[in-house]
Design a protein around this ligand. Structure first.
Ligand SMILES: O=C(O)CCC(=O)C(=O)O
Ligand SMILES: [Fe+2]
Length: 474
């Protein structure tokens, strides 16, 4: 910012030759039409005179720099690096610039920049204003994520553990389904400080931001310590706010007790917020329950190359250098045509299953609240063991003092579930055997297997999980 603002002072006058004498464009007026063009014969100028452009084109100047200096993303960075960026509570003023400068709504600069042409500056504006609802409409029937009233664990284990689905009658008995709205949470927890990506803000401040921002990718409240912060109990005990649905069965990471990685989050965000394409961490599965609002989901099985999502050769990095809006704008139509594509809208009171390794992008169609939990069902035990064993550098969410997550998990299985210990190692050996059969030797080279590292999570999957499930997809 400071550089941009001070730069014109160091730019020499630009002298353009003319029949009636040279015209000097002062740097403070470049790009300002004819205003600021002086007639001048001063040969002491720093740059040699150049002829006028045959099309009469003038160089860009302060208007472009001015327009750049108004880009709110620049002010977001300034905010985050400022003293204010460390505060939990402050007055949000509708934009990062207004907040940093303490501007009131009347203090608007009126400078006509209609002669500035810039995709760099216009594109974020497009992305923060196009309707995203449109992408959630007209879902092809064959892409629709299955919707069921509820499931038993037996049905889940037999048929559904490797497929996405939504349950419409599963979380109605949760107290939070009836009692939580953003307004209610605000009246009860205004001073609770939640994590929203790079910031820790009081819920009061976050709500001000959520209700009045123009960000292309609005900050998303994603807090894993919400239960402690809000004084909630979770589980089937008296007074609990909610509990995990029975249908997903035993969660094998519960064997890790207090050493299990972060696994549940409160998610709150405005319309247009959401999650860019990723896989969930440590090859876990997840459920995501909408308490208020509605979420559009677009999902792909583990081995699909998702348009616009680039996986590094060693599979440790995923690049999708796009906001949700930009991905939808550029790639949604192509992605929707892939036969493996699954889409759906999960509404308040419904819950969605994300199978291990599935790619997903999620966008909030309304301001909303959700609860999510990651888990390890028996069907994905081999995938999780393989991830922990073969990709230790990509394992995430464990406390720093857990030096060997794979060893820890195997020993807990051996001690507490010897039947599953045997079954897990069998699944692991089977994966290796299948991989060896594909690559034609004993060397396991999983360099083509995608992983995801994003927003603090590392995502990945074990080879082979998806083979049967892809055959099952109609
Ligand atoms: O609600 C969302 O934005 C989706 C979050 C997500 O990806 C997850 O819970 O795994
Ligand atoms: Fe996820």
């Amino acid at each position: 910012m400071v550089d941009i603002a001070s730069r014109p002072r160091h730019i020499p006058n630009l002298v353009i030759q003319g029949e009636d004498g040279d015209r000097v464009l002062e740097p403070g007026h470049y790009g300002n039409g004819t205003a600021g063009v002086n007639t001048n014969n001063d040969s002491t100028s720093h740059v040699p005179a150049i002829p006028p452009h045959p099309l009469g084109i003038k160089p860009l100047g302060n208007k472009f720099l001015f327009a750049c200096s108004m880009a709110d993303d620049v002010w977001k960075t300034i905010f985050l690096e400022s003293e204010m960026g460390k505060k939990h509570s402050f007055g949000w003023r509708g934009s990062w610039r207004a907040t940093v400068l303490g501007l009131s709504p009347e203090q608007k600069i009126q400078i006509d920049c209609s002669n500035v042409f810039s995709d760099m500056l216009h594109r974020p504006f497009v992305c923060s204003h196009i309707s995203l609802d449109h992408y959630a409409q007209n879902i092809p029937a064959s892409n629709e994520i299955d919707r069921l009233p509820d499931l038993s664990y037996e049905e889940f284990a037999a048929k559904w553990s490797k497929k996405p689905f939504m349950l419409t009658q599963c979380i109605q008995s949760w107290p939070v389904t009836r009692s939580w709205t953003i307004d209610n949470l605000l009246s009860q927890h205004a001073d609770v400080v939640f994590r929203a990506e790079a910031v820790d803000w009081s819920f009061r401040t976050y709500c001000q931001y959520m209700r009045d921002n123009q960000d292309e990718s609005p900050l998303y409240l994603f807090d894993r310590k919400f239960a402690e912060k809000m004084g909630l109990s979770i589980g089937k005990e008296e007074g609990a706010a909610y509990w995990k649905p029975d249908c997903f069965g035993p969660d094998l990471f519960e064997l890790l007790g207090s050493e299990r990685p972060a696994h549940r989050w409160l998610i709150i965000g405005p319309r247009r917020s959401g999650s860019t394409f990723h896989k969930d961490p440590n090859a876990t599965s997840a459920w995501n329950a909408v308490i208020q609002g509605a979420k559009y989901w677009i999902m792909f099985p583990p081995s699909v190359q998702v348009p616009g999502v680039y996986v590094s050769r060693d599979s440790s990095e995923v690049t999708s250098p796009l906001s949700i809006a930009e991905w939808l704008l550029e790639f949604h139509a192509e992605a929707r045509r892939l036969p493996e594509c699954r889409e759906g809208i999960c509404r308040a009171g419904e819950i969605l299953h994300v199978p291990s390794g599935w790619w997903h992008l999620v966008v909030n169609l309304e301001d909303g609240i959700a609860l999510t939990q990651n888990f390890v069902p028996e069907a994905h035990l081999g995938g999780v063991l393989s991830f922990l064993k073969d990709k230790p550098d990509q394992v995430s969410g464990f406390k720093a003092d857990v030096a060997d997550p794979y060893g820890l998990f195997v020993s807990r299985l051996r001690d507490q579930r010897p039947d599953l210990h045997e079954e897990g190692l069998r699944q692991l050996a089977e994966k290796k055997r299948r991989w060896d059969a594909v690559v034609g030797n004993g060397d396991v080279d999983d360099s083509e297997q995608p992983q995801k590292k994003s927003a603090g999570f590392t995502f990945g999957f074990g080879f082979g999980d998806d083979e049967e499930e892809e055959e099952e997809i109609p």
